[in-house]
Design a protein. Structure first.
Length: 171
């Protein structure tokens, strides 16, 4: 088993074990956030197709599932994250069940889930298990919070793994 797959599985098991009756506040009024930005593949073969790919994604906070918080003055919650990144005919759609930890303006998250890839030139087209980790920083306090996010995707095919940088809003 790949080291990244084992790390992703352990992260998910740890997050799932944190379920408790603690309530978490909403991430914006609806619990939905959207982001747009750039994806940079970490694999040399994918970088030959393009060093910067287009990327966007959405997150949804699962209000019905509360999570414990391992750190004082923080909020934990579970969510669903779906992303899309592409260059030409090559693309990947990672969907993940995530655990999120909010500390003021900073949100840390980790997730695991299906990875739908369409990358005929780079690797096989298909579905696998992918993981992701993210760091998010909210800018100022407005009605619709704006944020910057850095996210690393561990695709089921290493050719599609890489780093994303996004600008987004919480609704």
């Amino acid at each position: 088993m790949k080291r990244t797959t084992i790390a992703g599985l352990l992260s998910t098991i740890m997050a799932a074990s944190c379920i408790s009756i603690a309530s978490a506040q909403s991430n914006g009024p609806t619990g939905i956030s959207a982001r747009i930005g750039a994806f940079m593949p970490s694999n040399d073969l994918a970088s030959q197709l393009g060093k910067t790919w287009f990327g966007f994604g959405v997150d949804y906070k699962l209000n019905s599932m509360s999570a414990s918080t391992p750190v004082n003055n923080s909020q934990g919650y579970f969510g669903i994250s779906a992303d899309y990144y592409a260059h030409g005919s090559e693309d990947d759609v990672p969907v993940a069940f995530t655990y999120n930890l909010r500390q003021g303006q900073i949100v840390w998250s980790a997730g695991i889930g299906p990875d739908f890839r369409n990358a005929g030139q780079l690797t096989s087209t298909g579905v696998g298990i992918g993981e992701q980790i993210a760091f998010t920083y909210e800018l100022g306090g407005s009605r619709t919070p704006i944020f910057l996010q850095a996210k690393y995707f561990f695709s089921s095919m290493p050719e599609l793994s890489g780093f994303g940088v996004y600008l987004g809003a919480r609704f």
